[in-house]
Design a protein around this ligand. Structure first.
Ligand code: HAS
Length: 542
């Protein structure tokens, strides 16, 4: 692996895990507070810690890890070395994001930004928190442009050729990211910053939430797609098999570009001010964005089965025992996949309007995203780390570190079982998300919830131990014996059909994406700017 590229990647990965550690400390503490097991000293607030936890884990850990991972794959698959300009842009992006993170973290720790990771108005933070967010977003854009620059150069110098699957997927992920972050950038620059500096007195809350969710839902796919890259491209190689179909993999990523953005209203189904018709339309589109995940599930099963059969497996699930269960590079992402089945089913429940009325703003939703991003995605990122760090530093994963990796994965799953299981269950009993410890004046319902909150805290403690082991594993990887570690990139199965050129015509797919965004958002946003839909959606006739 190119040494200069390796430094860029390593900086991102180490920064990501530093954020994970800090976010993990905040997470376990707020979990213990919520469970009524501790009280915070020195005037530290529950919401302050909850904000630090959400921002550092959901926004910072993910973004740094993803950009580092995508850069590594581009370096590997587009000729073994990044272009100098592209690498420089990666460093500029990294520095801006790091400065933004440092400012944001300080402001949160000073209790000047206890607005949670969604920073909904009318909760108001110090303007410097929003400036810090803007720096992170702008930094990620520069990194994204660096990737596009490298990719375009490759396409120009390889006329008529399909780009390598990893690089294609990385570019698709970043295109989605660049389009969706425009929403949050407008919210931050034109609404939150002027309002928090006091330049304007009021803020259009509904519009700000809408701009946030225009970004917020594709954000979850920005987390997911790099995990999918690992599942599609890396895992087949790790198990010794082949990628089932290049065309199917590319199609699923293009469908994510098309459908992942015009769906933000499914986070706002319970909000007045958006008429029922537009909510309905965006729920239909949400059901469309489930399709590429179902295609992914199909493709993964196919890869596993093809490999198993090539080894002589018989029957429907005979392939199961041929998978490399003792290899953490496979085991951690596989547990992520397995858990994504109930996690995704939970998402489909959330997206169904009537059921959303039951679960919205309850701990069920917190349970949902701890299975999706904090398990399926996080475990996959951990699995990647076990080969990525050795591959870029010229070291090897030892047997004992592999074993610790498996222990860490198992602990993560057990901790999440308690935490997310309790969240889902007590959410159905009505326990709200995002509240500090309270018995609501000893209300019988709230008393019933408490044992579940304690189970959540116990799960949180197990997860914290797993975070510490992960950090120790990373230190171990950095000091591992010198040697060569493979950067696993799978080959496509010989039986796969040829990939149609349409699947690399970016303009077509981005065009469809823009049309859908315009259709799904123009009228509702005009309504919001023009004073809103009169009455609540239930009273609207269309
Ligand atoms: Fe979600 C809320 C709907 C996926 C994250 N979601 C959230 C929030 C977050 C989040 C963070 O419609 C909270 C936001 C907040 O703070 O308010 N979500 C969905 C839907 C999907 C979905 C329809 N979410 C995700 C992913 C996330 C994520 C992915 C992070 C990475 N979500 C919602 C809705 C809300 C919501 C509403 C708002 C709730 C409210 O009221 O506030 C879909 O994309 C899910 C599709 C997934 C599948 C599963 C496919 C399975 C695969 C694995 C195959 C396994 C194999 C191994 C091969 C259909 C690919 C098997 C081996 C064996 C041996 C069996």
């Amino acid at each position: 692996f190119d040494r200069q590229d390796g430094s860029l990647v390593l900086a991102h990965i180490l920064f990501a895990f530093a954020a994970l550690l800090l976010g993990g400390i905040a997470g376990v503490l707020q979990g213990l507070v919520r469970g009524g097991m501790i009280e915070l000293p020195a005037g530290i607030g529950y919401y302050q810690l909850l904000t630090a936890h959400g921002v550092l884990m959901a926004l910072i850990f993910t973004t740094f890890f993803i950009i580092g991972f995508l850069y590594s794959g581009l370096s590997k698959t587009l000729g073994g070395q990044l272009l100098t300009t592209s690498r420089r842009m990666g460093w500029i992006g990294f520095c801006l994001m790091a400065v933004g993170t440092a400012i944001g973290t300080v402001v949160i720790l000073l209790n000047q930004a206890s607005v949670l990771y969604t920073f909904y108005a009318p909760l108001k933070a110090s303007p410097y928190f929003y400036i810090a967010l803007a720096l992170v977003v702008v930094g990620s854009w520069i990194s994204g442009f660096g990737m596009f620059y490298n990719y375009r150069y490759w396409k120009k110098t390889h006329k008529g050729k399909m780009s390598p699957l990893f690089s294609f997927m990385a570019i698709a992920t970043m295109i989605m990211w660049q389009i969706c972050t425009i929403g949050v950038a407008i919210e931050v620059l034109f609404q939150l910053i002027p309002w928090s500096f006091g330049w304007v007195d009021t803020i259009n809350v509904l519009l700000s939430r809408t701009l946030f969710w225009y970004f917020g839902h594709p954000l979850v796919y920005f987390w997911l797609l790099p995990a999918y890259i690992c599942w599609y491209v890396v895992i087949p190689k790790v198990i010794g098999g082949k990628i089932f179909s290049d065309a199917l993999a590319r199609l699923s990523f293009m469908l994510f570009i098309v459908f992942s953005i015009p769906v933000g209203f499914h986070h706002q189904l319970m909000e007045p001010g958006i008429s029922a018709f537009w909510k309905y339309l965006q729920v239909v589109l949400t059901f469309m964005v489930i399709i590429p995940s179902l295609m992914t599930a199909f493709s993964l099963f196919a890869s596993f089965e093809l490999y198993g059969r090539s080894k002589g497996a018989k029957g429907l699930f005979g392939w199961f025992k041929y998978l490399p269960w003792k290899d953490v590079r496979f085991f951690a992402p596989f547990m992520g996949m397995l858990i994504f089945i109930p996690a995704g089913a939970g998402g489909i429940i959330n997206a169904s309007h009537q059921m959303n009325a039951v679960v919205h703003n309850t701990l069920w939703v917190t349970g949902h995203f701890h299975l999706t991003v904090a398990t399926s995605v996080a475990l996959t990122f951990f699995g990647i780390t076990y080969w990525l760090i050795p591959a870029i530093t010229g070291r090897t994963l030892t047997r004992s570190m592999n074993k610790w990796g498996i222990v860490q994965t198992v602990l993560w799953c057990v901790g999440m079982f308690f935490m997310s299981g309790a969240m889902h269950t007590v959410g159905l009993f009505g326990s709200p998300r995002r509240t500090a410890y309270t018995t609501y004046g000893d209300h019988p319902d709230a008393i019933l919830w408490i044992p579940y909150h304690v189970a959540m805290a116990i799960g949180g403690m197990i997860l914290f131990v797993a975070v510490v082991i992960m950090i120790a594993n990373i230190v171990g990887l950095l000091r591992a014996p010198k040697g060569d570690t493979e950067y696993p990139i799978g080959e496509v199965s010989e039986t796969a059909e040829k990939t149609p050129a349409l699947l690399e015509r970016w303009g077509v797919w981005i065009g469809v994406c823009v049309v859908l965004i315009v259709v799904a958002y123009t009228i509702p946003i005009l309504d919001m700017i023009g004073g809103g839909v009169p009455g609540s959606p239930g009273y609207k006739m269309w």
